[in-house]
Write a protein that binds this ligand. Structure first.
Ligand code: FEO
Ligand code: CA
Ligand code: CA
Ligand code: CA
Length: 593
């Protein structure tokens, strides 16, 4: 059952033009402000940021680097807890004279470790506007980083594959790595997704032979020593990042992590039943019978789209019983992987049917030759065996709350050859990516069959390979490399981009998905030079759009000594920051209107 269409969904803002400014640009009639920057105090008593004298102790109390997923958990209409992922670090922009992990100081390495993870920050509305700022009160605030203890849960917890010298029971891990995007659950927790965890490990060449195929499938070389200098050098201060010494440590990363932002003492839980891969995001919805469904993308070229369906139903309400019940929902269910079948291009559409292939239900594997634990820890190897469809880098996947369709961003794949093209990944050397829409059978998110179509093939609208849902291409904004998705209350699709291959800065775009304006992509904002657009989040009251401006100034050859961006402070170095955007002009206070 999906909500009826809501009136007044027209997108009336004047699009911003593509540009290469080192700044945020928003349409006329909108304002924007920085909410939280790298280094801003988060915990009570945290020191002010000092770029020239940063310490690991300060960083553990301050806002981390490279903000990504953003969600607002309300504490009333004018206050809330903002949860923000800190995906990774740009040491070359953080430290003067950075030459790689081999020559880094141990303090620099510890700063990088502390700048990963998540921040939970209480924020408050400014006046009666759509503008927000950090609250003075910080007692609910939290920093989660590379050494925060967390629990492994679900069917793979306790597996021999997850045991290490420090954790002989295979149930506890220190930290989460490369948390990219995420999702929220109906019971008010945040899901945060470990993506490119491979890049923190060295020593795969020294791992035992039986462990090597599993490491290789996740991009960890086993035929040569990765030099510390090429990476972050983390194994120099914490030897578990050396797989020659601790070969199972990498198996303990690459999960969806659930955290209750309202409880600062909550022990984060790595939910093994959602599989182990380079998780982009984990958006939830409910099935027709109120089971929880989580859509999952594995962001690498030729990887897969997955979904998890819980065994038990969501219990609404805030009772202790409901909370305890709901906090177990992600530990029992079925993990599926998607196969897409085209119906041919003679109909002028990229479309077809598909099925969700079950991989594992609790302790029962559906994959011949693999145990349930193996399926959950080496999920990519399992999906390889069942004929799933290799996609063009699956990023955010989210159900439209108005239409019920599920939208998937496929960001790009320049390595797809003409011989590897299929109808769901229809363009060879796919530089600009596309968006695919799934309609579950019977509109039930738990269905095992679906239909699909491609409403948007990105790029310069003058490029004949692009497609804007049949809309007049002379009137649309160029768009490249769709990454994170969200929806407004009218069901319009909002698309953040990462890696714009058209030569201008990344940004945020909006597109109606039905009616006469369907396919009319308009650019809502642009981000500074070298930055990627993350988040994005349109608040439930439709009055604020939060955006994470990630890695400003990440440009080939740029460094702390030769910065390519000084946004937002103009003090000689960039600071990844979460911004808010709101309406200032006359008329509707609604974002997009
Ligand atoms: Fe961290 Fe797939 O972007
Ligand atoms: Ca077709
Ligand atoms: Ca991306
Ligand atoms: Ca992303």
């Amino acid at each position: 059952a999906t909500a009826p269409a809501r009136a007044g969904g027209a997108l009336t803002f004047t699009p911003v033009a593509p540009n290469t400014r080192d700044d945020v640009t928003v349409p006329d009639g909108y304002g924007w402000d920085v909410v939280l920057r790298w280094g801003d105090p988060v915990l009570p008593g945290a020191p002010e940021f000092d770029f020239e004298h940063q310490t690991a102790e300060a960083q553990r109390q301050q806002f981390g680097y490279n903000c990504d997923y953003v969600m607002l958990f309300p504490l009333g209409p004018d206050r809330g807890l903002l949860t923000v992922n800190h995906e990774y670090t740009n040491e070359e922009l953080m430290f003067h004279g950075w030459q790689g992990g081999a020559s880094a100081t141990e303090e620099q390495i510890r700063i990088s470790m502390a700048a990963h993870g998540m921040s939970v920050v209480e924020v408050e509305r400014v006046g009666h506007t759509g503008r927000w700022r950090p609250a003075q009160r910080r007692h609910r605030n939290r920093r989660i980083h590379t050494h925060t203890p967390m629990l492994l849960t679900g069917p793979a917890a306790g597996s021999d594959l997850l045991k290490t010298k420090a954790d002989p029971n295979g149930r506890w891990v220190l930290g989460m790595l490369n948390n990219c995007s995420g999702g929220r659950t109906p019971w008010g927790t945040v899901l945060t997704c470990e993506e490119n965890f491979h890049q923190y490990f060295v020593g795969g060449d020294g791992a035992p032979e039986p462990a090597k195929p599993g490491l290789q499938r996740y991009g960890i070389p086993t035929d040569r020593r990765i030099p510390s200098s090429g990476y972050r050098g983390w194994e120099r201060v914490d030897e578990r990042f050396d797989l020659a010494k601790h070969p199972n440590e990498a198996n303990r990363f690459g999960y969806v992590v659930e955290i209750d932002p309202y409880d600062p003492d909550f022990v984060p839980r790595k939910r093994t039943h959602l599989g182990r891969f380079k998780h982009e995001a984990a958006n939830t919805t409910l099935s027709a019978d109120r089971r929880v469904v989580v859509y999952l993308g594995d962001d690498e070229r030729f990887e897969y789209i997955y979904k998890f369906v819980s065994r038990h139903r969501y219990l609404p309400g805030d009772s202790r019983k409901a909370r305890e019940h709901n906090l177990r929902l992600l530990d029992e269910g079925t993990l599926y992987v998607a196969r897409f079948t085209g119906d041919g291009t003679a109909d002028g559409q990229y479309d077809g049917t598909g099925e969700w292939i079950p991989l594992v239900s609790g302790n029962v594997s559906h994959v011949p030759g693999m145990t349930a634990e193996e399926v959950l820890v080496f999920t990519r190897l399992a999906a390889d065996k069942v004929g799933a469809t290799k996609m063009d880098r699956p990023e955010d996947i989210e159900r439209n709350p108005v239409t019920g369709e599920v939208y998937a961003a496929l960001t790009n794949n320049t390595r797809r050859t003409p011989g590897q093209v299929d109808e769901a990944n229809p363009r060879p050397a796919n530089k600009h990516g596309h968006v695919l829409a799934i309609r579950e059978a019977g509109d039930d998110a738990a269905a095992e069959r679906f239909t699909w179509h491609i409403p948007l093939v990105c790029g310069d609208p003058n490029d004949p390979s692009t497609y804007f849902a049949g809309y007049d291409k002379s009137k649309v904004s160029p768009i490249s490399c769709p990454d994170n998705l969200t929806f407004d209350a009218a069901g319009n699709l909002w698309i953040a981009t990462d890696g714009n291959a058209l030569g201008s800065n990344d940004g945020l775009f909006a597109m109606p998905v039905r009616g006469p304006e369907r396919g009319h992509v308009k650019q809502f904002l642009t981000v500074p030079h070298g930055a990627e657009t993350c988040g994005p989040l349109i608040t439930a009251d439709q009055r604020t759009c939060f955006v994470a401006v990630q890695h400003p100034g990440e440009v080939d050859g740029a460094s702390a000594d030769n910065p390519a961006s000084t946004w937002p402070d103009r003090r000689g170095f960039p600071r990844p920051s979460v911004i808010c955007v709101w309406r200032t002009g006359p008329g509707s206070p609604r974002i997009g209107a």
